[in-house]
Design a protein around this ligand. Structure first.
Ligand code: NAD
Ligand code: LMR
Length: 329
């Protein structure tokens, strides 16, 4: 007998990430090729017509895995029975803005949507926040949905992880599948630290395979940190295809596990591992098994890395304060 369909919430579904995400989820990239899905697509009133267009296209694509599509502007209805929630709704960064600049608009959305999720989502709902500032939105969501375990509310840094894999693969001229175990530490922002010290390419340490520490410690890091801005500059809009694809990777590994000897990066509630500040959503290397993530422990951190882990942690603590201020105003 086939599997029961799983309800997936996508907020901001009429936006550009939503448009790129729906077909990927519908083809099984998020939960697997044998898992039927029912899509709950939420957007706001001004986007209602466009949301209906997305539904029409989903129906017209005749995706075999799609067993239903609900479109709504009612957050309570959207959250009913969902086992996975992909929180994309919000306002994107425009050229010249830092992610912090979208804070006041977006954190209040996450506070408001927390109680609907808490009330109506399925027990054990897995949440990934994509909308920026992703880590801090996830934290605010978690703090306002206390009955959802904090471990179930995560932020997307898999895009940064994939960018780091892709940048190393491109430099070496090898397929991206040859590169693994890079780490994104900290915030999904320009302070994030893409760390190659424990990664391999074609089975050799990345540092040995690349053979150019000054590139790895300089241009590589800033390329990954600034990739979001580079895409905004090139496309006039922020990343969408890669964000959608990485959101699928994030949930896929969380639900189905990570391959042996492989970790991925996820923004998760910090327990203070590696000296990160506690009680912020910080990106760590994680392995996943049986639907649970675990922070990979025991990796050595040199002084160069320790400074970078600290700087991005400090930014997250500042962002948390700023978010709390925004919510009081
Ligand atoms: P977009 O403007 O194209 O779409 C956002 C959608 O959210 C719009 O349709 C808008 O109507 C909707 N929306 C606004 N308020 C809402 C609410 N309260 N409830 C439900 N929907 C609401 O933007 P986009 O390019 O799809 O980007 C979405 C977010 O994702 C932005 O914040 C962007 O910065 C962020 N982003 C994050 C990453 C990441 O890696 N974490 C990558 C790319 C983009
Ligand atoms: C990205 O990393 O592409 C997104 O977070 C968009 C942005 O504002 O950089």
């Amino acid at each position: 007998m086939g599997k029961e369909p799983v309800k997936i919430l996508i907020t901001g579904a009429a936006g550009q990430i939503g448009y790129a995400l729906c077909p990927q989820v519908a083809r099984g990239a998020m939960l697997g090729p044998d898992q039927p899905v029912i899509l709950h697509l939420l957007d706001i009133e001004p986007a209602k017509q466009s949301l209906e267009g997305v539904k029409m296209e989903l129906l017209d694509s005749a995706f075999p895995l799609v067993k239903g599509v609900l479109t709504t502007t009612d957050v309570e209805e959207a959250c009913k029975g969902v086992s996975v929630a992909v929180m994309v709704g919000g306002f994107p960064r425009k050229a010249g803005m830092e992610r912090k600049d979208v804070m006041s608009k977006n954190v209040s959305i996450y506070k408001a949507q927390a109680s609907a999720l808490e009330k109506h989502a399925a027990k054990g709902v897995k949440v990934v926040v994509v909308a920026n500032p992703a880590n801090t939105n996830a934290l605010i969501l978690s703090e306002n949905a206390p009955s959802i375990p904090a471990e179930n509310i995560t932020a997307l840094t898999r895009l940064d992880h994939n960018r780091a894999l892709g940048t190393v693969a491109d430099r070496l001229g090898v397929p991206v599948t040859e590169v693994k175990n890079v780490i994104i530490w900290g915030n999904h922002s320009s302070t994030q630290y893409p760390d190659v010290n424990h990664g391999t390419a074609g089975g050799s340490p990345i540092r040995k395979a690349v053979g150019d520490d000054s590139w790895l410690n300089g241009e590589f890091i800033s390329t990954v940190q600034q990739r979001g801005a580079a895409i905004i500059k090139a496309r006039g809009m922020s990343s969408a295809m890669s964000a959608a694809s990485s959101a699928c990777d994030h949930i896929y590994n969380w639900v189905n596990g990570t391959p042996a000897d492989t970790w991925v990066s996820m923004g998760v509630i910090s327990d203070g591992s590696y000296g990160a500040p506690k009680d912020v959503v910080y990106s760590f290397p994680v392995t996943c098994k049986d639907g649970q993530w675990t922070i990979k422990q025991g990796l050595s951190i040199d002084d160069f890395s320790a400074q970078k882990l600290k700087a991005t942690g400090e930014e997250l603590v500042d962002e948390k304060q700023l978010a709390l201020q925004c919510l009081q105003e």
